[in-house]
Write a new protein. Structure first.
Length: 417
C-alpha cells in the first residue's frame, strides 16, 4: 500500500501555489523539494489547482447529544431558560440509539466541513443519566482515525454540597464510562462559586481537564471567572482548563476586563467563544440597546489568552441555526467580535486545537497531514464564501470530499455577456 501522496498546485496563504508531499501521515516536503523527492514518483496524486490548502479545523465546543433536535424540542421564548426547559422535556425521547444517530449525522457534516477534532459536551444528570456519554463514547470509537472526539461530562446543577450528591455520583459514573473532560454550568447552580470549586476538585481528583460553561449571561454581576482562575491556579491545572462562553466578561468596564483577562492568561486558561448561540440566546430582555452576547474577545487576545471559536449548539432548542462549519464560526467572529479574518481563522484552527490540548497542524514540513482544501483563491474568499467544494485529509488520507456543480441557465448567461 502506498502511504505517500503528492498534493499538486495547491494555493497557500501568502500567495502562490505549491506541491506538498505527504509520507507516513505527515507533511514530508513542500514546493520543488516535494516534486524532486524520490517518493513523489510512486505517490498517489491529488490535483488541488483552484483550492486553498489550510490546516484542518477543530471544534472546541459542541453538543452532539442535542444536535438536530430543534423540531422535536421547540423553544418559543428563544432564551437560555426556555432552551434548558425544552431540552429537559425532550430527555425522555433521547435514548442511546437516538443520541448516537443524531450525533453521527452531525459528526459526518463536521468532518466533511473540515473538522478533524471535536470536543462535545454530553448532558449528565437527572432525567438523562449517563446515556449520552455512553452513546458518544461509542461514536468516539467508531470515529477513531477520522475525527478525534473528546467527551465532556456536562454535569447538571446542583453539584455542590448535600444537594449535589446525586449529580456528583453521575459525574463519577460518566468518568468511569470514559468521559475525557469534567464539565458543568455553575451559573445554573444555587451557589455558583461552590459549584466551580466542586467541579475543579472533581477534575483534579480524576486527573482530567476541566471545561466549564461560565457566566453565560449578560448580567455583569455574575462573574465567576476570578474564582475559576484561582481554583485552576491553586490546583495546578495550567493548560488543562477551559472557560466556555464567558458572556458577562463582555459587559464589564475596560479595567475589570483587562484584570480578569490577565488572571486567565496567568492561570493558563483557554476561553471558548460561541458567537452564534450567544447572539441568538442573549439580550432578549432588552429590545433596544441590546447587549451583544459575546465575551471580551479583543481584551482576552490582548492579554495573551488562547481564544477559540466554536459552534456550540447545532439546530437544537439553544440555536435553530448552525451549519457545523468552521467558516461560519470564523465569519461570525469577523462580524460580531471584529476580529481580522486571519485571527478569526486562527480561533477555529490553532487556538481551537490548543484549547483541546492538541498539537497544531499546518501545511508545513513535519506537521501531521490533517489538512483542508477549499475552493478559494485566498483566506478572505474562503471565509466569506465558505464554498462547500472541499477536500478533507486526515493523516494524509482523503476522508471527505464534497463536489459542487453550478449551472447557470443559458438565457441568463446570454444576458450577462
Ligand atoms: Zn455549550
Amino acid at each position: 500500500m502506498i502511504d505517500h501522496v503528492l498534493l499538486e498546485r495547491a494555493a497557500i496563504r501568502g500567495g502562490g501555489t505549491t506541491d506538498v508531499l505527504i509520507a507516513g501521515g505527515r507533511v514530508a516536503a513542500l514546493g520543488a523539494d516535494a516534486a524532486a523527492d524520490p517518493r513523489a514518483a510512486t505517490a498517489d496524486r491529488l490535483d488541488l489547482a483552484g483550492y486553498l490548502l489550510l490546516p484542518a479545523a477543530a471544534e472546541p465546543h459542541a453538543h452532539l447529544d442535542k444536535a438536530l433536535l430543534a423540531r422535536r424540542a421547540p423553544n418559543p421564548s428563544g432564551d437560555l431558560d426556555g432552551a434548558v426547559t425544552a431540552i429537559r422535556s425532550a430527555y425522555a425521547t433521547m435514548d442511546e440509539a437516538d443520541v448516537r444517530s443524531r450525533a453521527t449525522e452531525a459528526l459526518h457534516t463536521a468532518l466533511a466541513h473540515g473538522y478533524t477534532a471535536v470536543r462535545s459536551h454530553a448532558d449528565v444528570g437527572e432525567g438523562i443519566g449517563v446515556r449520552s456519554v455512553r452513546a458518544l463514547a461509542d461514536l468516539r470509537e467508531n470515529a477513531a482515525g477520522l475525527v478525534d472526539l473528546q467527551i465532556v461530562a456536562l454535569t447538571a446543577a446542583p453539584v455542590a454540597g448535600a444537594a449535589g450528591r446525586h449529580n456528583r455520583r453521575l459525574l463519577a459514573e460518566a468518568i468511569e464510562l470514559g468521559a475525557d473532560v469534567v464539565g458543568g454550568a455553575p451559573a445554573l447552580d444555587p451557589n455558583p462559586h461552590a459549584a466551580v470549586r466542586t467541579l475543579a476538585e472533581a477534575a483534579d481528583e480524576a486527573g482530567l481537564p476541566l471545561d466549564l460553561h461560565l457566566d453565560e449571561t449578560t448580567d455583569p454581576d455574575m462573574l465567576t471567572l476570578r474564582r475559576f482562575a484561582d481554583e485552576v491556579a491553586r490546583r495546578g491545572l495550567h493548560g488543562r482548563a477551559t472557560a466556555s462562553h464567558c458572556v458577562s466578561l463582555g459587559q464589564q468596564d475596560p479595567a475589570t476586563c483587562r484584570e480578569v483577562s490577565r488572571a486567565l492568561a496567568d492561570a493558563g486558561i483557554a476561553v471558548v467563544t460561541l458567537p452564534q448561540t450567544n447572539l441568538y440566546l442573549q439580550g432578549r430582555a432588552e429590545p433596544t440597546r441590546t447587549p451583544r452576547g459575546l465575551t471580551a474577545v479583543a481584551a482576552l487576545r490582548a492579554a495573551g489568552v488562547v481564544v477559540a471559536g466554536g459552534g456550540d449548539n447545532w439546530r437544537d432548542p439553544f440555536n435553530p441555526l448552525g451549519r457545523i462549519d468552521p467558516f461560519e464560526t470564523a465569519s461570525l467572529l469577523v462580524a460580531a467580535a471584529h476580529l481580522p479574518v486571519a485571527d478569526a481563522w486562527e480561533s477555529v484552527t490553532a487556538h481551537a486545537r490548543a484549547a483541546l490540548g492538541l498539537p497544531p497542524v499546518a501545511p508545513a514540513v513535519g506537521s501531521p497531514a490533517d489538512l483542508l482544501a477549499i475552493r478559494a483563491a485566498d483566506l478572505d474568499e474562503a471565509v466569506a464564501a465558505a464554498s462547500e467544494d472541499r477536500i478533507v485529509l486526515r493523516g494524509g488520507r482523503v476522508v471527505a470530499r464534497t463536489r459542487v456543480i453550478r449551472d447557470i441557465v443559458p438565457a441568463l448567461e446570454g444576458q450577462l455577456t
